[in-house]
Design a protein around this ligand. Sequence first.
Ligand code: BES
Ligand code: MN
Ligand code: ZN
Length: 490
Amino acid sequence: MIKVSFAASRPEGAYALAIPLRSEDNVAERLPGLEAGARNLAVRAAEAQRFEREAGGVAEAFVEDGGQVRRLLLVGLGAQRDDPALYEKAGGALTARLLTSGETKLVVDLTGTDLRADEAARLAFGAAARSWRYDQYRTKLNRKQKPTLEEVVIVGAADSEWGSKAALLEGLDLTRALVTEPANIVYPESFVERARAAMDGLGVEFEVLDEKQMAALGMGALLGVGQGSVRPPRLLAMRWNGGKTGAAPVVFIGKGMTFDTGGISIKPALGMESMKWDMGGAGAVTGLMKAVATRKAKVNVVAVCALAENMPDGNAQRPGDVVTSMSGQTIEVINTDAEGRLVLADAMTWAQRQYKPEVMVDLATLTGAMVISLGHEYAGMFANDDALAGKLEAAGKASGDKLWRMPMNDEYNKIMDSQIADMKNSASREGGSITAACFLGRFVEEGVKWAHLDIAGMAWSDKAGSLYDKGATGYGVALLDRYLADNHEG
Ligand code: BES
Ligand code: MN
Ligand code: ZN
């Protein structure tokens, strides 16, 4: 990811210069410090590229500036001022253009604009977030494929809001790396070690349960999923105590299926490799932890990761098996591919007994049906509390990680009743995301405000977006960071 800094004036030497423009701005008047000839050229170039200062639009020109040739980028901010995603998009558009362009430094000159400190920070955040790549295993990139852009300098704006965004970037970086890593690298035990290394020195408390400890606690649902793999499952809890001593923490729980073959109900080969990111929920809550601890948020937060690998081997659980969860409720495993809800069930019970939260939010790449319902624009939100749903939805709007509320009721819930046990883990495909949520709802304890976010369509993207390249999006980190900041801090 590129470095971000703030400066009072433009630096010396070589760099690409970017200037943001609103719809109503006149290009010629908004080019501070450029000579007349350069301004003329920029105006003509903008016209030639049909640049209308539309949000996220970019026009490019090479102009003479202080005796050297400089790449000038005009970036549009559009007509609307209050779209929170606007400034991030503009920053992202710039780095998307420049990442492999040969330029090493980008200077965004905000002198004379009306951007507030938070808007400038958002622009810088967007620029950095969009520059993220994971080239660890690409040993043969040629010169032109390699990123060249190393830093962005924001000129003419206060850096007072930058600290919290920089912390958020750290979290995003961690989430994306965890989600991108293949399952032979990131599996339950190595996930824990990665999280530990990433949280080093930040004051985050770790608790890790191995399979023996989980067995002693009666976590038959989680253990049943992990038992077909040679890589043992783990339950990871990370705690940040930034709030009042003794105040109940906000608990986040992430589905951490480091690989989901489907188990004995095995998935088809086509596209199965994508199930390496079936730990997107765990990745998100881990990145959130990093962000929250880095910015020393004044709130108590716990992130719990239910880590397992769903594999078919001689010891794997079978369709029809009945397992007993930590809550005491029994589950008939109709389909071993409906494993996320099984590991979450025990993680939820454990977290509620351990931390007595008022609010518990789980994130999970839980159902393919979610992707059918909402595609890749919104994650599905299920909640037992309207106020919590409203707050999460607002955080979704403000952060750009959008949420759409889905229904739950007794009729849907009844579908999960089993003939032989208290419930089954899978029913017909109709309303599959909703019945999955109802299943999870059976593990929510009295008085706990709970929301379930099905992020199956959001954790990964097959095409580049305004803030990410193809691949891991980091969905959820900005959302939860924002939710905490707006509702639980100060
Ligand atoms: N991890 C998958 C869901 C998923 C699918 C996430 C596609 C991201 C993209 C989950 O464990 C799963 O397999 N769900 C099943 C549930 C079914 C068997 C009831 C599904 O969605 O088909
Ligand atoms: Mn599955
Ligand atoms: Zn899964």
